[in-house]
Design a binder for this molecule. Structure first.
Ligand code: HEC
Length: 191
């Protein structure tokens, strides 16, 4: 993905900016979750203040949300195969990427140009529909999981609608987004 090549530059700029602790933490998060193949010397740095430069390099909400779609898709199939450790992994990844999306742009406009507080919306979803998925995973209950997953999709959609994007309607996926991972529950777990 395109943001992969941007991470080291972003990291360097975040450190240069000084005091941008929150930004650096976010960048570290990206860095720890994404393998990178480029170097800090690559490309050119745009003009402007350090903050402007950081803003121009930060991944878009669309990118981080596409990751959420990816993780949430895989979560369904891990749960279907009762591979609970893998399902928990994808659940946690999705949740982290939603948080990252919010950090990128905490306030959006709805269709009527009113402010939408994404953090408040997420807190509502996180403590209800997403929490139900987490509980089903902890209980390793496939029936509860399937129901909670579908309920959580409504939570996803509620935020999309509130953000002025009612056309982004997540549904139960037809195929995993990840092909190289063994989704079966007989896949090795733990050391
Ligand atoms: C806190 C609000 C919020 C929650 C909760 C949320 N989303 Fe999103 N999502 C957004 C916003 C805002 C966008 C549009 C980003 C943009 O500007 O492109 C989006 C976009 C998307 C996209 C389109 C990405 C692309 O560009 O292709 C997908 C897929 C997606 N979300 C999946 C999910 C799923 C699955 C969930 C639930 C597990 C979820 N989202 C929960 C706010 C949210």
């Amino acid at each position: 993905m395109s943001q992969q090549s941007r991470i080291p530059r972003l990291l360097v700029l975040a450190l240069l900016a000084g005091g941008a602790a929150a930004g650096a933490a976010g960048v570290e998060y990206w860095h720890s979750t994404r393998a990178s193949t480029s170097t800090a010397a690559e490309g050119t740095v745009p003009n402007g203040s350090a903050i402007e430069r950081l803003e121009s390099l930060v991944a878009s909400q669309s990118h981080s949300m596409a990751d959420v779609g990816y993780h949430w898709t895989n979560l369904w199939f891990a749960g279907e195969k009762r591979n609970w450790p893998l399902a928990e992994f994808y659940f946690n990844e999705a949740r982290q990427h939603i948080l990252w999306t919010i950090r990128i742009r905490p306030i959006r406009k709805d269709l009527d140009q009113r402010d939408v507080d994404l953090k408040a919306l997420f807190d509502a979803v996180d403590s209800t529909t997403m929490a139900a998925v987490k509980i089903a995973l902890m209980q390793r209950d496939p029936v509860k999981f399937a129901a909670a997953y579908k309920g959580a999709l409504e939570g996803c959609y509620a935020c999309h609608k509130a953000s002025g994007k009612p056309y982004l309607r997540p549904v139960v996926p037809h195929a995993p987004a990840q092909d190289i991972i063994d989704f079966g529950s007989d896949a090795p777990v733990g050391p």
